[in-house]
Design a protein around this ligand. Structure first.
Ligand code: AMP
Length: 218
């Protein structure tokens, strides 16, 4: 199964990807997580990416495409993978098509549809484990009072780019660069839309049904 979770930041892609990757035993590939790790480790890539990420802009296509190429060549990607936060531009989508070539196909692109007001509420209330990426929300699913993730013991943090100002910027960047991918994958006949405004369990069930259908028809 090779799938993409497409949608604005804060629409639930990461939360759902975590669950489905586990269920289908395929890796979740989050370019945001790869970049955050590089920032944490203070690598050359991390130094370049940090300022861009803090401002809510996109890291260059060449860097992202290089990272993804390297990642999908690894052994654990043989049976598929689930992209979360990639591709984010038409150029990235075209490069992915070229990487897959004629031998491999992308099975499905799940588009998460959520109203903008809800996205802003979710992102500004979001807290994440800096170690395992587990997602909390001060409104819907508060982190433990200790500030320690109950899954892995890591520290729960407020991401630098989840502030009101940066969130607005990220949404504008999304509209301009990433939203056109919806039509791109619709033309390829791969797009499936889920209502990401529904409760987490309901969205999960709906995506489960889409994946089950894809498996049947493959
Ligand atoms: P995310 O965790 O997916 O919201 O990504 C956090 C930040 O990392 C984004 O706001 C971008 O600055 C950068 N980033 C992540 N994925 C990509 C991508 N595919 N293309 C360009 N920039 C990215």
């Amino acid at each position: 199964m090779r799938a993409i979770f497409l949608g604005a930041p804060g629409t639930g892609k990461g939360t759902q990807a975590q669950y489905l990757a586990l269920k289908y035993s395929i890796p979740q590939i989050s370019t945001g997580d790869i970049l955050r790790k590089a920032v944490q480790d203070g690598t050359e890539l991390g130094k370049k990416a940090r300022v861009i990420m803090e401002s809510g802009q996109l890291v260059s296509d060449d860097i992202i495409i290089g990272l993804v190429k390297e990642r999908i060549d690894q052994d654990d990607c043989k049976n598929g993978y689930l992209f979360d936060g990639f591709p984010r531009t038409i150029k990235q989508a075209e490069s992915l098509d070229a990487m897959l070539g004629d031998r491999e196909t992308l099975d499905v692109v799940v588009y998460f549809d959520v109203a903008e007001q809800e996205i802003i509420k979710r992102l500004t209330s979001r807290r994440v484990c800096g170690q395992c990426g587990n997602v909390y929300s001060t409104i819907y699913n508060p982190p433990p009072a200790s500030g320690i993730c109950e899954k892995c013991g890591g520290k729960v943090i407020h991401r630098d780019d989840d502030t009101v100002e940066t969130v607005k910027n990220r949404l504008a960047v999304y509209e301009q660069n990433t939203a056109p991918l919806k039509a791109y994958y619709e033309r390829q006949g791969k797009l499936r839309v889920v209502d990401g405004g529904l409760p987490v369990e309901q969205v999960r069930e709906n995506i489960d049904a889409i994946f089950a259908e894809e498996k049947t028809y493959r």
